[in-house]
Design a protein around this ligand. Structure first.
Ligand code: C5P
Length: 224
């Protein structure tokens, strides 16, 4: 079967995780959540007592020796760092609060990009989502999308997800976190959050999940 890499980039809470996962199911492709990898490194560093905001040398050291990967037999794939399943920790507040500080480190990005490209070679029929998938990791992808939505809509969606998972929610705080993460991700010097020139930019603020999925499915099915 022909290789088919589809990239979905965009800011926090733009809906790309859900869209990417369901799009992959619809198209019979695998799904790669690259944010989970940055979150996994952050969770591992915190577990070792590292302050990810100040002790960057320790994060750099850790990432050099970390084995990170997914268990592709589970759906969605579970994340293992150094043999430890950290999936349950990835969305915790301390990890969300520290992940942008970890993701801006060039040494971390170098390892993550290499690992993601390796995953792409091993799973060449893939929907992958993140911040730099179309711009840096898979510049030759067959289809590239950039999803965005207003900060208020994104905060509300994240809050709904958390409520559905039985967590307590403060929408205003989520909105502040999202805005802070946007600013950090868009202003870093290595692989900042940008819309690749050859990506289709889609504002999902006024769209239902199904509408976004139908649009993307049609675009990918129409590829030569
Ligand atoms: O997508 P998610 O919210 O899980 O991503 C968490 C964080 O990981 C982002 O805020 C960003 O700092 C970082 N990230 C990144 N590059 C990616 C995916 C995520 O820098 N490809």
């Amino acid at each position: 079967m022909q290789d088919l890499i589809v990239t979905l980039d965009g800011p926090a809470g733009s809906g790309k995780s859900t869209v990417a996962r369901v799009l992959a199911q619809r198209l019979g492709l695998e799904f790669l959540d690259t944010g989970a990898m940055y979150r996994g490194i952050t969770a591992m560093a915190i577990a070792r007592g590292v302050d990810v905001h100040t002790e960057t040398h320790l994060v750099n050291e850790l990432v050099r020796h970390c084995e990170i990967g997914f268990d592709w037999a589970t759906d969605p794939p579970r994340l293992h760092v150094r043999g430890q399943d950290l999936t349950g920790r990835l969305r915790d507040d301390d990890v969300t609060g520290g992940v942008s500080a970890v993701a801006r480190l060039p040494a971390v990005r170098e390892v993550m990009v290499r690992e993601q490209q390796r995953i792409g070679r091993e799973h060449p029929r893939l929907v992958t989502e993140g911040r730099d998938q179309g711009s840096v990791v898979f510049p030759g992808a067959a289809a590239k999308f950039f999803l965005e939505a207003s900060p208020a809509v994104r905060a509300q969606r994240r809050a709904d997800q958390m409520r559905a998972a039985g967590r307590r929610v403060d929408v205003e705080r989520i909105r502040e976190q999202i805005t802070a993460r946007d600013a950090a991700d868009a202003s870093r010097s290595v692989a900042p959050l940008i819309c690749p020139e050859d990506a289709e930019r889609i504002d999902t603020s006024e769209m239902q999940l199904d509408e976004v999925l139908d649009l993307l499915t049609a675009r990918v099915r129409a590829l030569p």
